[in-house]
Design a protein around this ligand. Structure first.
Ligand code: PLP
Length: 426
């Protein structure tokens, strides 16, 4: 297909009027479609319904420690849940602390604690003139919302196919002691689906930050969320790597079962060095007498062990894979060669990231909404909601049915084509 930029003005105008007619036809259907949030579909949630039958009024509700899970006790997670989440995160059981139902909540608490009480004895960040975070972009909007909420200055670091640009990361963290952290989604990143390469993880573990209280916020939200059995990404385990490099305390690792069992009703955990966990538990014992042990028990008994969880994730993949394929097939069929957009083909996670021509993302999202399609707002994948190139759009294929998804993609590609023609003709 001939690239749009190489077509004459007359050709583009004629094409535009054809596409506009097609657009008006779909618009007239009065559709209501949503490709904005990375939520599992009802069919995926059904996969874990057996968990509802695991605990009954007849069940023995004592956990391995012999504690009655209906009552207070066991601050940082029952043994069987720790084992399950430790295996899921590839860390020793003693390096994990179980929290409540949301890893984002743990990340928020971790930053809040650093603001008010510092990190393992350092000056509380709230007492410092400036606190900064590195933000690989495009990234996860809710990470950026936390740091923005606490008045932390965010610095964009471009993503490469191997993860964040490590030349920039190394330079900035070694020069500026106001930089206290970096947000990372190291496996099947949100939104690009990129997995950090071995070299990137090695370079992270070897960082020499100017700030002693610098931490890597390693949000492994999609650690076991593969789309294919035979094509999977592998990520080096960062906790061990940091230990080997003499930086054992430099990383906090976060995970949850939100997209394994039930978002909002899963189990979340932090993994870190012994020293970090001492500081975390010290605050935790003030904050709570203990999290929901019945939910921890339910998860441990339902999955049994990591093998049960891996099998369960294959069932998720069977539902998600055709949806990703639908989107990718339509993007390839309709847009390849036109040079008006590019995208990656992820092997896991929840998103497809689309880069439109510069200056087009907002207009594409607005155009799609005219025809009843809700997309993630353009800019959301950048700190402060500002994409300097106005180019990135996050596509979330998980929630709609395959039929809805095909319609949604039709609207999306029409919007991309129409907005791009206008841009070229400007
Ligand atoms: N981290 C990332 C990268 C996510 O994409 C999401 C949800 O979309 C979360 C965390 C939310 O996790 P939780 O439900 O455990 O708070």
């Amino acid at each position: 297909m001939l690239a749009y930029k190489d077509r004459s003005k007359e050709e583009l105008l004629e094409l535009k009027s054809q596409l506009e007619q097609e657009f008006q036809k779909v618009k007239a259907q009065g559709l209501q479609l949503d490709m904005s949030r990375g939520k599992p579909s009802a069919a995926q949630l059904d996969l874990a319904m057996g968990m509802m039958d695991v605990l009954t009024s007849e069940s023995d509700l004592k956990c391995e420690e012999g504690v009655d899970c209906r009552n207070y006790g066991v601050l940082d997670g029952i043994r069987e849940a720790k084992q399950l989440l430790a295996d899921m995160t590839e860390v020793p059981k003693d390096n994990i602390v179980i929290f409540g139902n949301s890893s984002l909540n743990i990340m928020y608490d971790t930053i809040a604690r650093s603001m008010t009480h510092g990190v393992m004895g350092s000056t509380p960040w709230a007492k410092l003139d400036k606190v900064k975070f590195l933000c690989p972009v495009p990234g996860y909007d809710r990470h950026f919302a936390i740091t923005e909420h606490f008045g932390i200055e965010m610095i964009n670091v471009p993503m490469t196919m191997d993860g964040p640009d490590m030349d920039i990361v190394e330079k900035l963290v070694s020069e500026d002691d106001a930089i206290k952290g970096i947000w990372c989604v190291p496996k099947y990143s949100n939104p690009q689906g990129i997995t950090y390469s071995d070299e990137t993880v090695h370079r992270f573990a070897k960082l020499k930050p100017a700030a002693k209280d610098f931490r890597i916020y390693w949000d492994n939200a999609y650690g076991i969320h593969h789309l294919y059995e035979d094509k999977q990404d592998y990520l080096i385990e960062i906790l061990m790597e940091c230990k080997k490099e003499g930086n054992p305390d430099m990383v906090y690792k976060f995970c949850s079962t939100s997209k394994v069992s039930f978002p909002g009703s899963g189990v979340a955990a932090i993994a870190a060095s012994d020293a970090n966990l001492v500081a975390i538990r010290k605050q935790m014992q003030i904050q709570t007498i203990g999290h929901d042990k019945l939910n921890q028990l339910r998860h441990a008994r339902f999955y049994k062990d990591i093998h049960g969880m891996v099998e369960h994730m294959k069932l998720h993949a069977d539902i998600l894979r055709p949806k990703f394929e639908t989107v990718l097939t339509i993007l390839e069929r309709e847009l390849e060669g036109l040079e008006i957009g590019s995208w990656l083909r992820p092997r896991g996670g929840y998103f497809i990231s689309f880069d439109a021509m510069d200056g087009c993302a907002k207009a594409i999202v607005a155009k799609a909404s005219e025809a009843g399609l809700v997309m993630t707002p353009a800019g959301a994948t950048f700190p402060y909601g500002k994409d300097p190139k106005d180019s990135n759009i996050r596509i979330a294929p998980s929630y709609p049915t395959p039929e809805e998804l095909a319609k949604a993609c039709e609207i999306f590609v029409l919007s991309v084509k129409l907005v791009s023609i206008d841009k070229i003709l400007e």
